[in-house]
Design a protein around this ligand. Structure first.
Ligand code: ADP
Ligand code: MG
Length: 389
């Protein structure tokens, strides 16, 4: 997809040329899973797959939107005069939610718009299409409406859409990665302080392969909330003696010496994942800085093991992809990415081995699970931006 194809799709829907076209990526997380709400570090990157939006301002206060991905929903309309949540908004709730959250901060717009949306992120696969569309709206507000607000504040508004407007318990990583991403770089983000650092991902001869289980993430929300509550309870028990704000404040040794305070086998496992994953993420950042891909790959593998045994969020589909990937030649590391229970995994694979890799992992997966997996190469890409003609 490019400017011209989006412009012509827009024209078929709205009968005019769009004024501008925008792109907002999806994201992968290289390592640092389920650490975000534990005040820990994450290491995500924006990817070349994402959501395109062809846009024109209107003279009135109406907003009209159409998505090529959800054509049955038709053209959805609302007015800037009422940005409150409404079930009838369907998928446009993410856009309306951004307008709502920013209006609460006094950042209003006067003119409505027509927007044609078309994404190429696989549906419901945990590559964060919701953050992608929220930040598409954010980029439009910056570029087309000249809103005076920092990129990081727009990231925070995106998280508020999920937490406040939609009532979902999610961290800030997705919006941050989508909006702050840079080509060929990953972002080490401390979700506690929002301090961040870019790390060049120079993987000479290796690429990141996304492996999609094609299993819709079911139960993810209830399990997610359960894991979150378990981590909070473990933290509360540690705080009876330790002066810490989050599990991410501890290193592995400090955790070891104090885990007796938690006194529950499940809670100890959950908390141990949060603590050690945070440490692994910092080590993975150092490994990439030192061009030590072998160590990086080993840490990626260890992350999956911890998500499987201690955090228990993988499931047969993700385990099959990752464990089969580990057995293939030319693979440095593989792990699930995102919330788990389905969705996607990533593998770092030697470029010349990619075809054989996809064939071998794909065959084993299909045999064992009974439906095919999908594979995509993820190029680490720039965050949300406007496309030039
Ligand atoms: P994800 O892990 O991809 O973020 P979510 O359930 O959080 O999954 O968000 C997916 C939702 O985002 C979709 O159900 C839809 O409402 C909205 N969405 C994402 N991409 C598009 C698109 N291209 N067009 C319309 N809606 C989209
Ligand atoms: Mg989402």
């Amino acid at each position: 997809m490019d400017y011209a194809s989006l412009a012509s799709e827009y024209k078929e829907t709205f009968n005019a040329e769009p004024q501008r076209v925008f792109f907002s990526p999806g994201r992968i997380n290289l390592i640092g899973e389920y650490t975000d709400f534990n005040g820990g570090h994450v290491f995500p990157a924006a990817i070349s797959l994402g959501t395109y939006g062809a846009f024109s301002k209107r003279d009135d206060r109406t907003v009209r939107m159409f998505s090529a991905n959800l054509p049955k929903a038709g053209t959805i309309e609302f007015s800037l005069d009422d940005l409150s949540y409404n079930d009838a908004d369907n998928w446009t709730k993410y856009f309306k939610g951004m307008l709502f959250e920013l209006a609460k901060q006094g950042k209003t717009i006067d003119q409505g718009f027509d927007l044609y949306v078309h994404g190429n992120l696989p549906d419901g696969s945990g590559l964060s299409s919701s953050a992608s569309v929220e930040m598409l709206m954010a980029q439009i507000l910056l570029d087309a409406y000249g809103q005076d607000i920092s990129r990081v504040d727009l990231v925070k508004a995106g998280q508020l859409v999920e937490n406040d407007y939609l009532g979902l318990n999610t961290g800030i990583m997705d919006q941050f990665a989508v909006f702050m991403g840079k080509k060929d770089q990953a972002i080490l983000l401390d979700t506690n302080t929002l301090k961040y650092q870019y790390a060049p991902v120079k993987m000479d001869g290796y690429v990141v392969v996304i492996m999609n289980t094609k299993k819709r993430r079911e139960l993810t929300d209830s399990k997610y909330n359960e894991r979150r509550a378990q981590c909070e309870e473990a933290l509360r028990r540690l705080q009876t003696k330790l002066d810490i704000q989050t599990l991410g404040d501890l290193n592995g040794d400090q955790f070891d010496e104090n885990s007796y305070l938690i006194n529950d086998d499940i809670l100890i496992k959950r908390a141990r994942h949060a603590v050690v994953e945070n440490q692994r993420t910092l080590r993975a950042f150092d490994a990439l800085q030192n061009n030590d891909l072998t160590t990086f790959g080993n840490l990626v593998n260890a992350s999956h093991v911890s998500l499987h045994y201690d955090f228990a969020v993988t499931g047969t589909e993700l385990d099959t992809l990752v464990e089969t990937a580990w057995q293939q030649p030319g693979v440095l590391g593989a792990r699930m990415t995102g919330a788990g229970f389905g969705g996607c995994a990533i593998a770092i694979v030697k470029e010349s081995n990619v075809d054989a890799f996809e064939k071998a992992v794909g065959d084993t997966y299909n045999e064992k699970i009974g439906h095919p997996a999908e594979f995509y190469i993820a190029h680490l890409a720039d965050g949300s931006h406007e496309l030039t003609k």
